[in-house]
Structures are given as C-alpha cells and as structure tokens.
Design a protein around this ligand. Structure first.
Ligand code: PXL
Length: 280
C-alpha cells in the first residue's frame, strides 16, 4: 500500500509508485495524501488532503485486502503524519518504507520545520527502511540548521537509527563525489555501500522509484539488504532507459523491460517473449 501525493506528470509521487510496483509484479493499493499541479519542469501548486480522507482510504482497504508493506512518500501535514503513525502502530508486522519527501526534485518545499519535527517524533520510530537523500538526511538528523554542514552522513545515519528506524538508506546523488554512493545503515551496526555511475541529466521521480522498489521487493518477502541492492539495480536500469516526454526533466522508465528494444516503444516482439526475458 502506497500513501503518497499525486504527480499528474507520472514522473514522481504515487504514479511513480504504482508503475514501479506493477513493474515488479505487485498489486499496488494507492492512498492519496495530496494532489499537486505540476509538469516535468516543476510544481505549480499543491493541496493536502484532510487527514480523515487519508485515514478512510487506508482503513477501508485494510479491512478488505491483506497488505504486505506500507510505502510512504509525500505526507503534507502533521495531521497526516499522525494518521499514518497510528496505521503503522496498528499493523506492527507490516514493514514501513518511508521516503521522506521534503521537497520536489526541482526544489519546491513540501515540508516546514514543524512537519520535520513531527516526522522525527511520530513516524521515524516506526520505520523499517528510511530512504533520505543526503540533504534530507541532514535536515532530519539536525534540529539546528547551523549544525547541518558539520555533520557527516555516517553521523546523520547514527542519529536517525537512534530515533528508531531499523535501516537508513542514504542516497548520495547530491554529494560532490565522482560516483553516486548509496549507503544502507542498520541497527546491528552494519553499513553497506554501493557505488553507481553518475548519469548526466536530471531525473524526476528517481527517489520514488527506488523507495517503491524497496517496498515492493520487501512486500514479496525479500530481506532488507537484498531488497535494497536489487531495488538500486532496478532503479539504475529505469534511469538508463529514461525518456523526456516534455520540456523539463527526464522520467525513469519503470516499464523498460516491456518495450521493443529497437524502436524504444510498443510491446516486446514475440521472439523476445519466447526468449523469456522477464522484468527486473
Ligand atoms: O520526487 C518527490 C516527489 C514525491 N511526491 C510528489 C512529488 C514529488 C516531486 O515532485 O510531486 C507528489
């Protein structure tokens, strides 16, 4: 079950989650927390749903369908944080993957200091895997903005784990390194890093894709470290196959495996199907 904001461009948000989860063979239940007005260049406006509406969407489904993971993206309000924290507390055996969306890819703010503080207090203690980029990790780990620059990512992770997350995957896209280094930190003191080629261009929805893939693979029963590795490999493939449908950013192609390799569009040819190529 993904609880996230709508991005009508299909680049990020709940649409990115739905595409990713479907691509990995899951059936996504989608609970909308907010709607945005945006295109591939940026967010023009957004409206956060009333918490009762978020709660009712989720609870109605949970009475009907067994859920194997929660994936949370843009939340939008402190009231929505409280609703989601209560959901997670009521379903303690369902892993919770939180992508702490504090701003859109083009820099529009979705969260102020109060919302960040509520995230820290109410939701982080219930999280199985937190997937911040390095900017979000610093903001979440430091209540004092003056401190943000002096903290290493290892120290941020230590603090986020101390707040109660089981695992923290810090993404290094915004760091000044030749390759992108993503590191998974865990409560048992383990840290595993994977390096990725830094691709040229700017992508809309790569973070949503990665977090949704982690959630989908965990929902299918994979252990966290394996799910995180495989989700990164999947996301990297979606970025290699990204396309630019409008005038703004590139969008990761979560359905890359379904396209005809030569034309880049349309269904796979029969011979490819006979050869048995399969998703992910
Ligand atoms: O990429 C983060 C993100 C998440 N959710 C929604 C968004 C965005 C970025 O624009 O619009 C709804």
């Amino acid at each position: 079950m993904t609880l996230a904001g709508s991005d009508p461009s299909g680049g990020a948000g709940i649409q990115a989650d739905i595409l990713t989860l479907a691509s990995l063979g899951c059936h996504p239940l989608s609970v909308i927390t907010a709607i945005t007005v945006q295109d591939t260049a940026g967010v023009n406006d957004f409206l956060v749903l009333e918490a009762d509406w978020v709660n009712d969407q989720a609870r109605f489904l949970l009475e009907d369908i067994p859920v194997t993971a929660f994936k949370v993206g843009m939340i939008g309000s402190i009231e929505n944080i409280a609703i989601i924290a209560q959901l997670a507390a009521d379903y303690p055996d369902v892993p919770l993957i939180l992508d702490p969306v504090l701003a859109s890819g083009s820099g529009d703010e979705f969260a102020d200091d109060e919302l960040i503080s509520a995230l820290r207090d109410m939701l982080l203690p219930l999280v199985t895997v937190l997937t911040p980029n390095s900017v979000e990790a610093r903001r979440l780990a430091c209540s004092d903005p003056d401190e943000e620059d002096s903290l290493t990512l290892d120290q941020c992770a230590e603090r986020l784990l101390a707040l109660g997350c089981d695992h923290v995957l810090i993404k290094g896209t915004h760091e000044n390194t030749r390759e992108v280094i993503n590191t998974l930190y865990s409560q048992d003191g383990q840290a595993q890093s994977l390096n990725w080629e830094r691709l040229a261009g700017s992508y809309h929805g790569s973070g949503c894709t990665l977090a949704a893939a982690v959630a989908g693979l965990i929902a299918c029963g994979m252990a966290v470290p394996e799910a995180v590795n495989e989700a990164q490999e999947y996301t990297y493939q979606t970025l290699l196959n990204a396309f630019r449908p409008g005038m703004g950013q590139f969008i990761p192609d979560r359905m890359f495996w379904a396209r005809d390799e030569e034309s880049g569009t349309g269904p796979r040819s029969q011979s490819e199907e006979e050869a048995g190529s399969s998703p992910a």
